[in-house]
Structure formats: structure tokens, C-alpha cells
Write a protein that binds this ligand. Sequence first.
Ligand SMILES: Cc1cc2nc3c(=O)[nH]c(=O)nc-3n(C[C@H](O)[C@H](O)[C@H](O)COP(=O)(O)OP(=O)(O)OC[C@H]3O[C@@H](n4cnc5c(N)ncnc54)[C@H](O)[C@@H]3O)c2cc1C
Length: 498
Amino acid sequence: MQHTADVVIIGSGIGGSSLACSLAESGLKVIILERGGHLKDSAEARDDVAIFQRGFYRPGEEWLGTDGESFLANNYYYVGGNSKFFGAVMYRYRKEDFEARPHLDGKSPGWPCTYEELEPWYERAEKVFRVRGALGQDPTEPFHSKPYAYPAVPDEAPIASVRDRLKRAGVHPASLPLAIDIEAWLHRAKTGWDAFPNTGVGKIDAEVGPLTEALRHPNVTLITGANVSRLETDETGTRVTAAVFVKEGFEQRISAGMFAVATGAVQTAALLLRSANKAHPTGLANSSDQVGRNFMNHNTSAMLVLDYRRNASVYQKTIAFNDFYNADNDYRAPLGNVQLLGHITGNILKANFPAPAPSWLVRLIARHAYGWFLTSEDLPNPESRVMVREDRIVVNWIRSNMRAHQALIKKTKDVMRKAGFPVVLTHTFGRKTTSHQCGTARLGHDPKTSVVDLNCRSHDVENLYIADASVLPTSAAVNPALTIAALAIKAGASIRGV
Ligand SMILES: Cc1cc2nc3c(=O)[nH]c(=O)nc-3n(C[C@H](O)[C@H](O)[C@H](O)COP(=O)(O)OP(=O)(O)OC[C@H]3O[C@@H](n4cnc5c(N)ncnc54)[C@H](O)[C@@H]3O)c2cc1C
């Protein structure tokens, strides 16, 4: 079967859906090709045993690590992509993240634009994702041209108390910016949302936010179950002519004036590499040889702090602190962000417990625990890369800057002890947790060292855009989704010619 469109977007995650939303009012015929289907509601959607212990939603796809071992990708292939499971934290990168600066184990190259240049696009992205937040609490918060349109999600009583204790310990806890409609989320069931699938409208994920808005327009169509295998170009290689995809076992083709790849940082690199042809022998849009390189993923740890009192919260995830985000007093280097995880239940803890333990003990610990998520910047390195070998995805993540992460753990432990939490346990996530993947098709001014320009348009192929986490030139140390959305909305304006 043959299809045609003005713009074909591949992938309906944060990037693809934000781009579709940005194009919807233009009247252009937009077709979104999405590999997955709609995530359906069922009892498992709020069942912490099914999700965390049985891996009910985990895809079966395996990638190859550099140790030669296969591992289960923690990528989710549904309409809305990984955001269906996300923690809904919608941070802006900090102003300093756009500047080149030294880190404990290297240097961040910064961005080819300033924070101020991206600020209007952040503002639009926050509107699309109906982000709730509060300004004036976090000293690292960059300039906002407008306040958040919705007030911050309220702290539950135990979290309000943790906030006070942290203040007394000398840090600046601030409300997390969140894409959550808390009443709608709790109406379905009284659970946290971090890593839980969104089968309703409680989380403003890519499907609930920008995709739904885009699909209100008759010129935008979504085709699900459409797995794109390659892009084809004309003989000169300057224009993509078709996307080839498999749906229900049949290969189909779609032609269009413009194509945008938004399949996530690993899959986007793989798709471009698999689309190598005579005009692009090392992969589509890869004259710079940067496609697949500079793979970054954040250095992250879970920190469990135990309290004498019971933690009676339901969702918990409303505060964070960035006191060690920029040049820290002791280490004189950026260390990272500290934010609450969703409420840790006994079943969630059991799924991650380092050794076999009786359920009653795990439940007891969970009742007194607050889980935190510590994130430090991973620095770009061309040798850290995604490759395709005999049609299999290989992820060779060379993690960097771990000294900064260890320093963040140490500083955070000190804060927690000062705040009166006597027991602090940490678990650092391994190389196979790729939730914050980015960097494999970096943006930049120079076609020799970057894949796309500042509008996310390929330097090599005139009708090709890349609109997902792969274009991020640095990982910073805050969650990536809002920055991906801001860049995709900006890419949409470029396609519209405004
Ligand atoms: C558990 C979890 C919690 C997270 N929490 C947060 C958070 O709180 N805040 C935050 O900012 N970030 C968070 N993240 C990260 C965030 O979800 C991602 O950064 C973001 O979703 C990436 O968006 P994307 O558009 O780059 O790609 P994706 O979300 O991966 O979307 C890509 C889409 O393309 C589709 N696709 C892939 N290959 C093909 C193909 N060949 N053909 C057609 N379609 C294809 C996929 O099915 C998917 O829908 C979290 C991630 C996870 C897993």
C-alpha cells in the first residue's frame, strides 16, 4: 500500500507528539507512524507486583551490551512512548547547562545556543504538558517569562514535614515541576505514578498532552503498529523519498515532502544507521560520523532513607533540591539533582531488594522509607555509542563523571543524616538502565561535528528533521522530557517556516 503526506513523523513519544502538536494548526497533512499500540487499561496498571516484580509491561526486545551480553531494553513501545511510564517531572535545563563548564571528570561543551534562546520554547512546552510548579523556591531555577499556569502539586503531610526537615538541614527543597493532574490520577487508584503506566488522563504524557491536541485536527493522522525499518533517499541523497514500514506483517511505503525521525535516542540512531545507502554509506545524515555517538544516559542512584516515623504518603513525589547542582562549595564542580521517587511500597522494594528477604521485613522497611532519585551529568564522548551489528542494536555506553555522582551521594547522605534520617542506603543503577538516553544525533552549528542544526534539521538531508532525545548535545542533570518537547516544538515552527 502507498501513502502520501506533507510531513511524516516517525514515533509518537515526547518528541514526535510535540512536533505533531506544533504542526497541527498549519493545515499540513501530517501522518505519525508509531510502532506500538495504545496502552490499555487493566488491573495490572496499578498493581505494583505486576509492574515491578513481574515486569508485565516490559518489552521483550533485547539489545547487546559491550560486555557481549544481551539485556532487556527498558524502552517502552506504545503510543506516547516512554512518557507513558515517566515520573512526569518536567524540568527546564538550568541556565548554566547551556554554557561550557568543567566537571570533576571532564568538561561539558555546553550548547550552541543560550538558555534565553530556548526559553520561549520551554514556555510553550510547559503549556502543552500543563506543567504544575512554583517559582521562587529553587535558587537554580532559570528565568521564566511567565509563571506556571497551574499551582504545584501539594505535598502530602509526611512530605511537608520532610520539606521542613530539609530546610532545617540547610538545603532549599522546592516543588517539582510536574505534568500530573493529581485528582484524575488518584481517582483511578491511590498509588504513585513514577514508573506506573498511564492508562487514563492523570499523567499529561505525550499521548494525553500534545498527541490528543494534534489529533483534534483532521489533517493529523496516527497509524499504530507501523514499525519503520528504513528511510529511502533520491539518488543524490539530498532528499528522503519514502519511509518503509511493516504493519500487520506487510511492508508498506509512505512518501512525503518532509520527514521527522522521533523514535528515541537509541532507535533513532539505529534507524539512521540501517538506512545507509549509496549516497549515505555510513548511515543516513551521517557525513559527520556522529550518528550513534555521544550516547549519554545520566548517572543515577536510588537512595532509601529510613525514618523512625511511618511514611504515610501515597504518591510522595513532590519535592527536590538542587543545592549541589552548580559549582558545589566542597568539590567546586556541578554534582547533580536530588528528587523524591514515587512512594516505595513493600512490593516495589522487594522487586529491587539486593538479597532474598522475608516479605514482612521488606514491608516494614518500606513503611518507614523515603526513596530519593539522584542524578548527575553524563558527559558526551564519541566512543560512547549505539551501533547496529547484523541488525542487532549494540549499546556501548561509556559512562563518565562518576566521581561527581559519588560526591553527590556523599553530600546527600550528609544532608539526610542532618535532617534526622538515621539509616541511608543507596543503589546505583547499572549501564543497562537507559531511561534518560540521549545524544546520538547531536545538534550544533557545524555539519562536521553535529548531525542537525538548531532547528533539528539534518545538515545533510534537506527534508529530514530529528525531533527526540537524540539531538541533546549534553545530558545536564535534570530530567530530559521538557527539553525534548521544547526542541520539537521549535522544529515544528521551522517546518512551518515561522
Ligand atoms: C520509568 C521512566 C521514568 C521516567 N521519568 C521521567 C521524568 O520524570 N521526567 C523526564 O523528563 N523524563 C523521564 N523519563 C525519560 C523520558 O520518558 C524520555 O526522555 C522521553 O520519553 C524520550 O522521548 P523521545 O521522544 O526521545 O522518545 P520515546 O519516548 O522513546 O518515543 C519514541 C517513540 O517511537 C516509537 N518507535 C520506536 N522505534 C520505532 C520505529 N522503528 N518505527 C515507528 N515507531 C518507533 C516508540 O514506540 C515510541 O513511541 C523516564 C523514563 C522512564 C523509562
